[in-house]
Design a protein around this ligand. Structure first.
Ligand code: NOJ
Length: 583
């Protein structure tokens, strides 16, 4: 295999994102752990995924659930031991599943020994491992950048009379990548994990490691978080990534790297991921996960979203990046409420059989969509069960520090609790962090004791035990899609064409590769819809085979189309998804 083929082969299959604190508790402390992951390897194998990305498990004070690392070489006590991680790697490998670690290289915890040394004096050898600046002439922070937690991105240190930079929380100081010694220490650490047999990494906030050297002020009307144009995709980013690749991933062929690079342009994605440039294998396409949200504002949704936006984003990425660079697609992750709530409202709250049926159909539509697009799919734990977004109704139920500090700030500013909670339901990342549903029993089989974050008040019936034994479940729908993704080059390599459909809530597109065509039709609304498609597509279902049809496969495949007309009239049930294949 040539190096380009090898790079491409690495991208086939589906990645599963496992959020460690909420996946499975094995030792009865209400916090997920490596023992729980080990106990569920068969579940992952049954689902058929190719790689599992586990959130950060290194030692941490857990201010940001592990994205604040205190010791890169130690497993956090509550997760277990290094031996268990080694066992997990071996067990996953037995099932041909790769393990990807979450690598946080933009910042550490302020409790990391490097930062403790760094803050101790201006002459300490570790001072320059982080980014320190004197106050501006009026004694204020060096510039007007805001952190993701909405306060200034600079924290004052009285002892040494300077500010340090933290793009995220003040407990997460940014590392100074200009310092070669610091970079080399990171590379040694990454090689330590590669030598343990880790197969790949998801690189947290990786496009933020090169800052503008002059730290300029952002315009007053800059979008949240203010200043981002000066620390994302900065002047030395490619130099740093190429050096990182050469010193670490490049040593072990087949290592899979996935960069988290918010607001990256498509041209930059190509630079990050073109195989010959030797930087990263792929980046997360973060546009799709923002659909339905107001990205100028941390707490609002966009009431005007429509599938048109999804269509536009998919086509633009496909035309500009596909085949030149590589990207991974996701609709759910630990940083956003579950998409089923954002796109479709709280269908599960309708209750009863109707609510359940709609939830199943909506969850399946999300799955069908994700797996039939160009780009590597990432499935976030619980999505494959159709778990709803957790709707907490009291501020005490939230755990995310950013959410809680926003609560206090907004209460002080005079907003009503009702309004704040509604906005948290819309945007707080805790909605996706409620524990995984393994059974219909107490604490959903996640733990024997009360979990660190409350169970989702809704959706108990969407659990692994019930769904594994139900061939019509969301779980088995995902299983089928994942299998298609592994077996059908059309999904990984095929061309994409959007069909010109006038109805706003319907998406129809084809994938084509060599002699094969797949036609995918999705109704993204909770109402029955009718659309017209050109008669030239009739061959797909006249001579083809129906791979996916939800709901009610056998009945609907015969009634959904009126074949005699031109254009063809297609009747779709709420959230119906259809996939046809013609070879
Ligand atoms: C992105 C991670 O996904 C998020 O959870 C974390 O808070 C920030 N990076 C900071 O590490």
């Amino acid at each position: 295999m040539g190096s380009t083929d090898q790079a491409k082969a690495k991208l086939e299959g589906v990645i599963y994102q496992l959020y460690p604190p909420s996946f499975k508790d094995s030792n009865g402390d209400g916090w997920g752990d490596l023992g729980g992951m080990l106990a569920q390897v068969e579940y992952l194998a049954e689902l058929g995924i190719s790689a599992v990305w586990i959130g950060p498990i290194c030692d941490s004070p857990m201010e940001d659930n592990g994205y604040d690392i205190r010791d890169y070489y130690k497993i956090h006590d509550a997760y277990g031991t290094m031996e268990q991680l080694e066992e997990l790697i071996a067990k996953l490998h037995e099932h041909d599943i790769k393990l990807m670690m979450d690598l946080v290289l933009n910042h550490t915890s302020d409790e990391h020994s490097w930062f403790e040394q760094s803050r101790s004096s201006k002459t300490n050898p570790y001072r320059d491992y982080y980014i320190w600046q004197p106050p501006s002439s009026n004694g204020e922070p060096p510039n007007n950048w805001r952190s993701f937690s909405e306060d200034s991105a600079w924290e004052w240190e009285e002892e040494t009379g300077e500010y340090y930079l933290h793009i995220f929380d003040k407990k997460q100081p940014d590392l100074n990548w200009e310092n070669k010694k610091m970079r080399e220490e990171l590379y040694t650490m990454i090689n330590f994990w590669l030598d343990k047999g880790v197969d790949g990494f998801r690189l947290d906030a990786i496009n933020m490691i090169s800052k503008h050297p002059d730290f300029p002020d952002a315009p007053d009307d800059a979008r949240h978080p203010k200043g981002q144009q000066f620390y994302k995709n900065g002047p030395k980013i490619h130099e740093f990534l190429q050096e990182l690749h050469e010193a670490t991933f490049g040593r072990v062929p087949g290592t899979l790297t996935l960069g988290e690079a918010p607001t990256v342009t498509m041209d930059e994605v190509i630079l990050y991921t073109a195989p010959e440039r030797k930087e990263l294998d792929m980046v997360l396409q973060m546009e799709m996960i923002r659909i339905g949200k107001d990205y100028g504002h941390p707490w609002k949704n966009d009431p005007h979203w429509s599938p048109e936006l999804l269509k536009e984003s998919i086509v633009r990425w496909y035309k500009n990046v596909f085949g030149k660079g590589a990207y991974a697609l996701y609709l759910n992750t630990h940083d956003h409420p579950r998409m089923i709530g954002t796109l479709f409202g709280d269908v599960s709250e309708i209750g009863g059989a109707e609510g359940k049926a709609l939830n199943v159909a909506a969850a399946k539509a999300i799955g069908t969509f994700l797996h039939t697009l160009p780009g590597t799919p990432i499935v976030y734990q619980g999505e494959e069960l159709g778990m709803p977004n957790a709707d907490y109704d009291h501020p005490d139920q939230y755990r995310d520090k950013g959410t809680l500090s926003a609560y206090h700030r907004r209460i002080q500013a005079g907003e009503s609790e009702k309004e704040i909670l509604a906005s948290f339901h819309a945007r707080s990342r805790d909605g996706a962090r409620s524990p995984m549903h393994w059974t219909g029993g107490e604490y959903a089989g996640f733990s024997e004791v009360e979990p660190w974050i409350p169970m989702s008040p809704q959706g108990k019936e969407f659990n692994a035990e019930a769904e594994r034994s139900d061939p019509h479940s969301v779980f088995h729908h995902y299983r089928r899609l994942i299998q298609f993704r592994r077996e059908s080059p059309i999904l990984t390599k095929g061309d994409l064409d959007m069909l010109p459909i006038e109805e706003e809530w319907i998406l129809a597109y084809t994938r084509t590769y060599e002699q094969e065509t797949w036609l995918i039709i999705l109704n993204f609304s909770d109402q029955p819809q009718t659309c017209l498609i050109d008669a030239k597509w009739s061959f797909v279902w006249e001579e083809g085979e129906c791979l996916i049809s939800h709901p009610k496969a056998d009945v609907l495949t015969h009634s959904v189309f009126s074949k005699k007309e031109d254009p063809i009239k297609v009747d779709l049930l709420p959230y119906q998804s259809l996939v046809y294949r013609k070879r």
